[in-house]
Design a protein around this ligand. Structure first.
Ligand SMILES: [Zn+2]
Length: 309
């Protein structure tokens, strides 16, 4: 896998650069414990915002263990886990759960079991911030909406147990009318570079202003997108039938569709999440180094297309 290639990657000086705690501030200077970081995570992305089917929170690790380094990533793949171990992270926070469905074995000769073994044997804790991270203010779709320049942003589906500004997906307005082609170029430009690129359904010269977004797979939200009067919907993992039926049901040919990489759409959240957690821990006087994974865990490696421009 190629490393993520983006201007906002986690190298050294972008917004995803290491977020160092301030050793001098506060009364509880020094390392945080894993349990303290659990509380900070709960403050930022409360578990009550997670969907009923989801599994979020601590997956592996001792709450009393000291944590000096934290790494954020989209997926708990073995490459990401090895990167966290190489970095010296005592905590890996991923968006996607490692264990969402029931398991009866974590034997090391299975993929999931190997991941569990590497985590525990290396002393690396694993925590999941999934749909709670989608729904929260400053969450996955909020960051996507912000990166696209949307104004007056509101959730597509308000959270059942949250504030009016919390929930799944976001809808808002561009500052100016754009053609679908120009807007698609903006979408392409803000996302990490991945093999699949960006797919668009609609008239390249069609004009748009109102934009709905959902980081990750958003094909369950077409009703909400239509109700929001969005001109275009940006999401990931659009399959043939939901996409085709949504285009057949379009009014005045809208909403247009922009299908992006699931990984890329959620990766954007990582630098913002790292900075937010860093700020909370710094305020508490903890000295924790936080960085974003450089591993591209998008499963696709190359694409053949018939050409075009
Ligand atoms: Zn996802």
């Amino acid at each position: 896998m190629e490393p993520v290639n983006t201007d906002v990657s986690a190298e050294s000086d972008g917004p995803a650069a290491a977020v160092d705690g301030d050793t001098g501030a506060g009364e509880a200077s020094g390392a945080a414990t894993l349990g303290m970081i659990q509380l900070a995570v709960e403050e930022l992305w409360p578990e009550s915002l997670a969907e009923d089917w989801d599994e979020v929170g601590l997956v592996a690790g001792h709450p009393g263990a000291e944590v000096h380094r934290v790494m954020f990533a989209v997926d708990p793949t073995i490459d990401v886990i090895e990167e966290a171990i190489d970095f010296g992270a005592e905590l890996l926070i991923t968006h996607h759960p490692l264990l969402l469905k029931g398991v009866t074995s974590v034997a090391a000769n299975t993929a999931k079991g190997k991941a569990v073994h590497r985590l525990i044997e290396s002393g690396t804790a694993l925590m999941t911030v999934h749909t709670n991270g989608d729904s929260a203010v400053g969450g996955v779709s909020d960051v996507l909406a912000d990166a696209l320049g949307l104004q007056n942003v509101a959730p597509l589906t308000p959270a059942a147990n949250g504030l009016p500004e919390e929930g799944i997906g976001r809808v808002g307005d561009l500052e100016e009318v754009l053609t679908l082609g120009d807007f698609a170029a903006r979408v392409f430009g803000i996302l990490p570079s991945v093999a699949g690129g960006v797919r668009v359904s609609g008239d390249r010269d069609g004009l748009i202003r109102r934009v709905a977004v959902c980081g990750g797979a958003g094909d369950s939200l077409f009703g909400e997108v239509r109700a929001s009067n969005a001109d275009v919907y940006v999401t990931a993992d659009l399959r043939h039938h939901p996409a085709s039926e949504a285009r057949e049901a379009a009014v005045n040919d809208r909403p247009y569709l922009i299908d992006v990489s699931h990984f890329a759409s959620e990766w954007l959240w990582l630098p913002a999440a790292a900075e937010a957690l860093g700020n909370v821990l710094t305020d508490q006087g903890h000295d924790v180094e936080i960085r974003v994974s450089n591993t591209n865990s998008d499963p696709w490696d190359f694409i053949l297309t018939p050409g075009g421009d």
